[in-house]
Design a protein around this ligand. Structure first.
Ligand SMILES: [Zn+2]
Ligand SMILES: [Zn+2]
Length: 160
């Protein structure tokens, strides 16, 4: 079970992401919660016009510790960055939570794919060089090129 957080613009994607995560990981979202990135003080960088993914993730983890939440995924529609990178599609903390930005993802299929990738990290998977959804994507083209499914090796790591 996991909690799915979303903001205003990503609300329409919730049903589809839930279904994708259930299909790939057999994980069911037991609760969907609205959470606006603007609630995280200091996370927005006005010069970059991006939210700091590390700060959003820290906030989400703090929140899930307080609420004793299960694994959590937060879908936001604003652009994200981390120190040293121009942008990131998402950021995850294994065993806890991930934040995913839909800002640069131009199709529902891609949103589902990156949601699967981030949830893979939450479940403890690392980046993978096989033909696999856990491939690291540095660009939209790379994200589009990889499959939306786990390779044999990653699957066996989840279900030994
Ligand atoms: Zn990754
Ligand atoms: Zn893999």
């Amino acid at each position: 079970m996991f909690r799915l957080y979303y903001d205003t613009k990503s609300a329409a994607l919730v049903a589809s992401v839930k279904e994708a995560l259930n299909t790939v990981f057999g994980l069911k979202a037991d609760e969907e919660l609205y959470l606006d990135p603007a609630a995280v003080m200091g996370a927005y960088n006005a010069l970059r016009r991006q939210h700091n993914a590390s700060q959003l993730l820290k906030y989400l983890i703090r929140r899930l510790q307080v609420r004793r939440d299960a694994l959590s995924l937060w879908i936001v529609s604003d652009d994200l960055y981390v120190a040293g990178m121009n942008f990131v599609f998402g950021l995850a903390h294994p065993g806890n939570a991930a934040v995913l930005s839909t800002y640069r993802l131009d199709s529902l299929e891609l949103v589902n794919k990156e949601a699967i990738h981030e949830m893979g990290h939450v479940l403890g998977l690392q980046h993978c060089t096989n033909d696999c959804v856990m491939q690291f994507s540095n660009s939209l083209d790379e994200a589009k090129a990889k499959p939306a499914t786990l390779c044999e090796r990653c699957r066996s790591l989840l279900h030994p």
